[in-house]
Write a protein that binds this ligand. Structure first.
Ligand SMILES: Cc1cc2nc3c(=O)[nH]c(=O)nc-3n(C[C@H](O)[C@H](O)[C@H](O)COP(=O)(O)O)c2cc1C
Length: 196
């Protein structure tokens, strides 16, 4: 039993869609390997966009009281974070982008107020599960940049190399037909739960 706290974030508005299916496979395998797993669906949380009001600059927390509620606590308590998303216009859907932008208060806490986000010694790692309906060599460049930035700002080590990205996965259920996706996701789940 690893006992790692693993937070899965589903960014798709399509419930049970391709990226959420990948996330479920990953989390189920992680749980079976001893992880302490929780999943949040961003589109069920009713999250407002960042207003750039500046409140967080001096406080390190957000003034808005909405679906972000206990998300910050859950995110900062997690040892392992998995973000699953489809590509929308080459990047994250608006709901996931709003979720990410609302971590501006964590940026303020770290870089304006010079405070640590986690307990001393705590180290978090993060992965990306991404799908796109089209193909092309640079399909995931935008989302990769976003994840690199988000994980870096929130003090999470991004394991980009072992993250999963699938092209030509478009209609709901297409991921079920993919030759290796399920096995890949389950292998990743086991790794996430077990690797120190
Ligand atoms: C608004 C919108 C924008 C999209 N933009 C892209 C895109 O830029 N590139 C791409 O490959 N697929 C794009 N797609 C297709 C989705 O990425 C694809 O259908 C994916 O499988 C959806 O994943 P989900 O089932 O997890 O929501 C778009 C779909 C929508 C609805």
């Amino acid at each position: 039993m690893s006992g790692f706290k693993i937070l899965g974030v589903s960014g798709s508005p399509r419930k049970g869609g391709n990226s959420e299916t990948l996330l479920d496979w990953t989390l189920e395998a992680a749980e079976a390997a001893g992880g302490d797993v929780e999943k949040v669906r961003v589109c069920s949380l009713d999250i407002n966009p960042c207003r750039h009001c500046g409140w967080c600059d001096t406080r390190g927390e957000c003034v808005q009281k909405d679906g972000m509620g206990d998300i910050y606590e859950k995110y900062l308590a997690a040892d392992r974070i998995v973000i699953a998303t489809p590509l929308f216009f080459m990047n994250a859907p608006a709901q996931l982008k709003a979720f990410i932008d609302r971590f501006q208060c964590m940026w303020a806490k770290r870089y304006l107020l010079n405070k640590e986000l986690r307990e001393p010694g705590a180290e978090a790692r993060g992965w990306l599960l991404a799908v796109g309906g089209t193909k092309g060599p640079s399909l995931f460049d935008g989302i990769d940049q976003l994840m690199k930035c988000f994980y870096s700002i929130t003090d999470v080590r991004f394991d980009s190399g072992r993250s999963l990205r699938y092209r030509s996965v478009d209609h709901a259920g297409d991921i079920l037909e993919h030759a290796t996706a399920r096995a890949d996701a389950e292998a990743l789940g086991r790794l996430i739960a077990s690797e120190n």
